[in-house]
Design a protein around this ligand. Structure first.
Ligand SMILES: C[S@@+](CC[C@H](N)C(=O)[O-])C[C@H]1O[C@@H](n2cnc3c(N)ncnc32)[C@H](O)[C@@H]1O
Length: 266
């Protein structure tokens, strides 16, 4: 057993955060996570590329937001820290910016706390994104987010873990209502649009982590931006979101199986 595993977690149950960490080349995963990752990779060989591409998008978009003057970031479903975390990117541009990380996974939360110890203007909350009052309340208690000033709310690779029955649109709307005009919403989200049947089948394996990924269509994901104006280029397949000079976009960006978009609150 590795020394980073928090007491009380079920080591026989794979975790979405740790499977993602495995695909990103991180070090916080257990045999049960690697086994599930192996099954998913066998059915969708480009899955690692999808996850890396999501991370590249997140970094690019966060740099864009810091460039737009945003100094407060609420990163919901932030995951296990890896290279190029949100606070590292943002504080390169604006050392005075604040970042609050929120995750439901104890490994993600404990590891975030460990790497953020002593890093100014950062905080971590262990919460379920569905409990918006807890997320908002604890963010305020940390003294890092002033909701009278613009905030970037980040939902990178997380809303697809929230089933329709739990009201993902409602929770995004509650956060929209809590932030001021000029705040931003960032979403990346898995989709079945343009995907072959075996990829859709592979997504069902995510159910073994306790939460099956919900694949949503472009229009369903666009609807989460109600009250926001999507910035250029709108909601697109992840590699198409403002690629930098060194970012290759091949002729099949839909193969990543996920959309990305950023909107500004009206
Ligand atoms: C695929 S990872 C994405 C990590 C990071 N946002 C990124 O894009 O690189 C999804 C994360 O969402 C977290 N998550 C899933 N459901 C959640 C929920 N209801 N509330 C908070 N976090 C959740 C998982 O624990 C995991 O760390």
């Amino acid at each position: 057993m590795t020394d980073w595993v928090p007491a009380g977690i079920d080591v026989n149950q794979p975790s979405a955060a740790r499977v993602y960490d495995y695909f990103l080349g991180g070090t916080h995963h257990l045999p049960v996570d690697r086994e599930l990752a192996g099954h998913i990779a066998a059915m969708t060989p480009n899955i690692g590329e999808t996850m890396r591409s999501n991370r590249v998008f997140l970094r690019r978009a966060v740099r864009y937001l810091a460039g737009q003057g945003i100094r407060q970031f609420l990163d919901i479903g932030s995951g296990i820290p890896t290279a190029g975390n949100v606070h590292e990117i943002v504080q390169e541009v604006a050392p005075d910016a604040s970042v609050v990380y929120v995750d439901i996974d104890p490994v993600a939360v404990e590891h975030s706390r460990a790497i953020l110890a002593g890093v100014d203007r950062t905080g971590v909350i262990c919460a379920d994104a569905r409990d918006v009052d807890q997320v908002l309340g604890e963010s305020e208690k940390l003294g890092l987010i002033d909701f009278d000033e613009p905030v970037a709310v980040l939902f990178a690779g997380v809303l697809h873990f929230i089933p329709d029955a739990d009201g993902p649109a409602g929770l995004v709307a509650a956060l929209r209502d809590a932030v001021t005009t000029g705040s931003y919403l960032l979403i990346s989200h898995a989709t079945a649009d343009g995907q072959p049947p075996e990829v859709i089948e592979a997504q069902k394996l995510s159910g073994r982590t306790g939460t099956e990924i919900v694949l949503r269509t472009g229009p369903q994901i666009t609807a989460y931006f109600d009250g926001f104006d999507l910035v250029d280029p709108g909601l697109v397949f992840i590699p198409q979101w403002r690629p930098g000079p060194g970012d290759a976009v091949d002729e099949h960006p839909e193969r990543v199986g996920a959309y990305a978009g950023v909107g500004i609150k009206r």
